[in-house]
Each structure stands twice: as structure tokens, then as C-alpha cells.
Design a protein around this ligand. Structure first.
Ligand code: URA
Ligand code: SF4
Length: 259
């Protein structure tokens, strides 16, 4: 890491009240500590941006029209979608939720049992942790935050979505992203990361550096459901969230400077 980014990180840590030592000072930090986010030494070195993968158009027969849909048409299309086998056992489709002009887009894998029941992403245990992760960086579901998944229907037994299912569903997320125009995408977990980046890699190798989805900056972190089991990686997730805040501040100030 160069001196400039070290300085920026120092500044960020000061602003969010965890420098020089990590301590409780305000609500977000209280959440961070309660969630077991603890300090570790420095962020992973940032590597050059990974070139954007070529994205194939969805296998969905409606793909052509999806690319031009407005929100109501897109929502209606997903609600009726039968483009992959996941439609067979779903209870509700889970379109995505939040601010349709959000700066932040968080992308998970696919609905679980609770989400399939309620039709909203991240409402179960993993969702509670995601809400706390958002709170730790002073964000809130629905306020400049949009939450979506790679697939809109629950994979039976919470198995990973198959590549053909993710491909069938990808035009919807792609259109959501075009409509939202987020400044930053945070991929939650490996399934989200590899589908958005179009290449296979581990979370460990992808986190800590900036990638892109169709020109939009993208960062990768652990999936909250994984963090519920792997407590020791919460510290890394906290680093990732700090990097996300730092990246967003940079993107927002670059935009202000350009006005
Ligand atoms: N896990 C996900 O990836 N998405 C959800 O919506 C819920 C749990
Ligand atoms: Fe359609 Fe996506 Fe559901 Fe498959 S997962 S049926 S592509 S909405």
C-alpha cells in the first residue's frame, strides 16, 4: 500500500472514530464491536483492477426486452418468470429491495427459506447480520442502499445456484444495475463475486482490491451467512467494509469535483 492510500485510510479511521485505537464511540462502532468486528493490521495490498469480464446475455427468452424495461415492467417480468428450474419450487420471487437511486448496491447469492416466504432479500439470520454490517458503516437498508441477489428464486435446500440458473437470471440483475446506476457494488460471497466478475476465484484472492462490473467499481467481501459460522473472518469483513467506505468517499468526491 502506498503512503497516499495509507493516509486516506488513517483519515477514514479517524472520521469513523476508530483511530488510533479501535474503541466504542458512537452507534456504528457499537454495532461493529457487538458484531465482533475487531482490528487487524492494515488492509491487504491493492492490486491493479481486474479487467471486466465479458457478460453474456441471459439464457432467458425475454432477454431482449429486459434490457429496455422500466421498473414496473421488470418487476412484473420477474414475478412471472419461468426461465429456469428454480421457478418450480419457489414460493415467492425475491426481486430486490431498496432505494432505486442508491449509491450502494449489495448483491447476495439467492433467497433462503425466509426470503422465499417473505419475498424480500436478506430477512433471515444472515440478513440481520447484513443490517448490522450496514449499520456499522452508518448505512441503512433502503437509504441509498439497494439489496439484490444473483438469482431471484430460492435454490432448493439452499444449494448454490447452478451456472445455468445464474445465467438465466442475469439479465434481471443487469437491468436493475442499469436502472439504479450505483456508484459502488459490494459482492457478498463467492457466488455473487464470480457471477458478477465472470471468472472463478476465491474470496480471499478477490477481497481488498477494486474490481468492476460493466465499468462500475466493485468490491468483494464474505457472505454474512458464512460470517455467522466463521467468526474469525469477521475482522476481514470489517476491513472490507472500511475499504468500501473509503472507496465510496473517493467516488463521491471525484463526482463532486467533476461538477
Ligand atoms: N442469502 C443471500 O445470499 N441472499 C438472501 O437474500 C438471503 C440470504
Ligand atoms: Fe426466472 Fe431467475 Fe427465478 Fe430462474 S431464478 S425462474 S431466471 S427469476
Amino acid at each position: 500500500m502506498n503512503d497516499g492510500s495509507n493516509a486516506r485510510r488513517e483519515q477514514l479511521l479517524k472520521e469513523i472514530g476508530i483511530s488510533p485505537v479501535w474503541r466504542l464511540r458512537d452507534a456504528p462502532q457499537a454495532v461493529a464491536e457487538a458484531e465482533g468486528f475487531v482490528p487487524t493490521a492494515g488492509l491487504a495490498a491493492r492490486e491493479p483492477e481486474v479487467p471486466m469480464a465479458a457478460h453474456t446475455v441471459s439464457a432467458n427468452g425475454d432477454a431482449g426486452s429486459v434490457t429496455a424495461m422500466d421498473w414496473p415492467a421488470l418487476k412484473a417480468c420477474v414475478a412471472d418468470c419461468t426461465a429456469c428450474v428454480l421457478h418450480q419450487k419457489r414460493n415467492k420471487t425475491v426481486f430486490g429491495v431498496g432505494d432505486e437511486n442508491a449509491d450502494w448496491l449489495f448483491v447476495g447469492e439467492g433467497p433462503g427459506a425466509d426470503e422465499d416466504e417473505q419475498g424480500e432479500p436478506f430477512v433471515g439470520q444472515a440478513g440481520k447480520l447484513l443490517d448490522n454490517m450496514l449499520a456499522a458503516i452508518a448505512l441503512e437498508r433502503g437509504k441509498s442502499v439497494y439489496i439484490a441477489n444473483i438469482v431471484k428464486c430460492r435454490p432448493p435446500g439452499n444449494r448454490n445456484p447452478q451456472p445455468e440458473e445464474a445465467a438465466a437470471c442475469s439479465a434481471y440483475l443487469q437491468r436493475q444495475i442499469e436502472l439504479i446506476q450505483p456508484k459502488l457494488i459490494v459482492a457478498l460471497g463467492k457466488v455473487a463475486a464470480i457471477n458478477l466478475l465472470g471468472r472463478d476465484a476465491s474470496i480471499a484472492s478477490l477481497r481488498g482490491q477494486q474490481h468492476a462490473y460493466r465499468g462500475i467499481p466493485l468490491l468483494v467481501t464474505y457472505h454474512p451467512a458464512y460470517l455467522l459460522r466463521a467468526l474469525t473472518d469477521k475482522a476481514k469483513a470489517w476491513e472490507d467494509l472500511c475499504l468500501a467506505v473509503e472507496t465510496m468517499q473517493r467516488l463521491q468526491s471525484a463526482e463532486t469535483a467533476a461538477i
